[in-house]
Design a protein around this ligand. Structure first.
Ligand code: GDP
Length: 525
């Protein structure tokens, strides 16, 4: 596929953040449908199921009804290219999700109108806030009885400390739902069962057309509510939205397809194109002619017949062309990218070129790792892709000792994909795996068996938590390592790690060793 591009700003690379069940899957499907990427609703899930059925370990996904893997879907409309990055919704996979959120320029936050902000919404929002990712709010399921609009807006404002600006307003909710009014463009959208919705351009909320189109009770309540809503909340300010200080709020129903085009329009009109990426020695601007990108995810076995791995690269600057040679910053290895893959809904195709904001999949055999920067210019490293300190540490026990080599390979592979972290204790020969959530352990055991034919078990380890350790003074590091041989390890990259039996233990070590930095996240250099 070849595309041309007039500016570096015609990409909208975004993610949907939501608590499970708020409607992320349904909304994704409808965005692809309205964006022209798929032609019948239901296709996303149907294809997903096909794909899942091919791999054993993915059965976990099916059983638990969650999505473990994240992928990217592209659609083109209004002269723009939208790249929607799927984030796994399950709380156990926060690490993966966090990394995916480093690759987007904006996010859509989906709330269930009856539930408002839920635990996972909050967590994901906090990651967005850390990076000032601008957020459009979509209050879903207005076709069902939910909470009133004001209480939802107040909750967003109070809990997220974010200014809210209602951009649309529902006329009725649940059984009384009649229409959605676009406050920004004064358009009334009335759904007609089984047909396209009727859109009426109005002159304002006092337009007499509304009296003819809506029920008397509906229109009366609508006018009262809108007056309050417009008086009580922030006015629209695109700059404040882009700075992450204000969220425009849209109401709709993903299932019944209300408010979807308004949401796409909002992304097209307001969401930022590729942003400047934090990097050393200096930030990378999308206008920079050199091709620069970073790997935010590595996924194995997208085709279980071959042990292929796809490294997902977010392009930050320059025009990427197929066959191009890029340097892996750090190792200095040159990588020729002969078959970059672009994802189109759930199809994949080889791309000839890609632009800032695009995500391309690079097939490779383990060379590329999460956090790597690739460039054809002077060395530069995109920063801010964290590894998180594990909250669960387990000892890996091999049932068949002749499989040591396979186990090492498997653990190495999965550490590289970010499924688990692997630590080699300085004393003893057993590996310790660390994860941030229980589900990652289930995936690990199931994949060891299915893909590597390694029968292993996970046993409790004496450790409760781990921290990366560093010091500016090598003598201090050495002294610490010497006195803590039984509680130190190295991670896959050879970085030093301190393992603690409890939070108390950790605090004690931190207090006693002021010359050592203990960190809960590790950024790739
Ligand atoms: P996810 O877990 O966030 O991906 O949520 P899903 O998209 O799978 O939706 C969860 C449930 O809510 C499903 O049963 C959907 O059919 C339902 N749902 C999604 N959107 C709407 C909506 O707008 N209205 C109603 N009534 N149900 C919805």
């Amino acid at each position: 596929m070849t595309s041309t591009q007039a500016s570096t700003q015609d990409r909208r690379t975004f993610a949907i953040i939501a608590h499970p069940d708020a409607g992320k899957t349904t909304l994704t499907e409808k965005l692809l449908l309205f964006g022209g990427a798929i032609h019948t609703a239901g296709e996303v899930k149907a294809r997903g199921q096909n794909r899942r059925a091919r791999s054993d370990w993915m059965k976990i996904e099916q059983q638990r009804g969650i999505s473990v893997t994240s992928s990217v879907m592209t659609f083109e409309t209004q002269g723009l290219t939208f790249n929607l990055l799927d984030t796994p919704g399950h709380e156990d996979f926060s690490e993966d999700t966090y990394r995916t959120l480093t690759a987007v320029d904006s996010a859509v936050m989906v709330l269930d109108a009856a539930r408002g902000i839920e635990a996972q919404t909050l967590k994901l929002f906090e990651v967005c806030r850390l990076r000032n990712v601008p957020i459009i709010t979509f209050i879903n399921k207005v076709d069902r009885d939910g909470r009133d609009g004001f209480s939802l807006l107040d909750e967003v404002a109070d809990q997220l400390q974010l200014d809210v600006c209602p951009m649309s307003w529902p006329i009725g909710m649940g059984a009384d739902f009649e229409a959605i009014y676009d406050l920004d463009r004064n358009r009334l959208t009335q759904p007609i069962r089984g047909e396209d919705a009727i859109v009426t351009q109005c002159t304002g909320t006092d337009d007499p057309q509304l009296d003819a189109l809506l029920t008397p009770a509906g229109v009366k309540l609508f006018r009262e509510e809108v007056e309050l809503a417009q008086g009580g909340y922030s006015t629209w300010d695109a700059e404040r939205y882009r700075a992450g200080d204000l969220t425009p709020v849209y109401f709709g129903s993903a299932l019944r397809e209300f408010g979807i085009s308004e949401l796409i329009d909002a992304l097209a009109r307001f969401a930022p194109g590729p942003r400047v990426q934090p990097a050393t020695p200096q930030p990378v601007s999308p206008e920079d002619p050199n091709v620069t990108g970073f790997i935010f995810k590595v996924q194995a076995n997208m085709n279980p017949m071959h042990r292929d791995r796809i490294a997902f690269m977010r392009l930050c600057s320059g025009r990427f062309r197929r066959g191009m040679k890029l340097n892996q910053v750090g190792t200095g290895k040159s990588i020729a990218v002969h078959s970059p893959i672009l994802f189109f809904a759930h199809e994949r195709e080889v791309v000839d070129d890609a632009f800032p904001g695009d995500i391309i999949g690079i097939p490779n055999h383990g060379t590329l790792r999460v956090g790597d920067t690739l460039t054809d210019g002077p060395p530069v490293s995109i920063t801010g892709l964290p590894n998180f300190a594990p909250e669960i540490l387990r000892r890996v026990v091999l049932k068949d000792p002749t499989k040591t080599k396979q186990l090492r390979k498997a653990l190495d592979d999965m550490a590289e994909e970010g499924v688990t972290q692997v630590f080699h204790p300085n004393i003893g020969s057993q590996w310790i795996v660390g994860v941030v959530g229980q589900l990652q352990l289930d995936v690990l055991i199931s994949r060891l068996e299915a893909e590597y034919r390694v029968d292993a078990a996970l046993e409790p380890s004496p450790w409760d938590t781990a921290r990366w350790i560093a010091s500016d003074d090598p003598a201090i590091m050495k002294a610490f390592a010497d006195t803590h041989r039984s509680t130190t390890a190295t991670d896959r990259d050879g970085a030093a790690v301190f393992m603690a039996k409890s939070g108390w233990d950790l605090n004690y070590a931190v207090e006693r060793n002021p010359g050592i930095r203990f960190t809960a996240t590790k950024e790739r250099e």
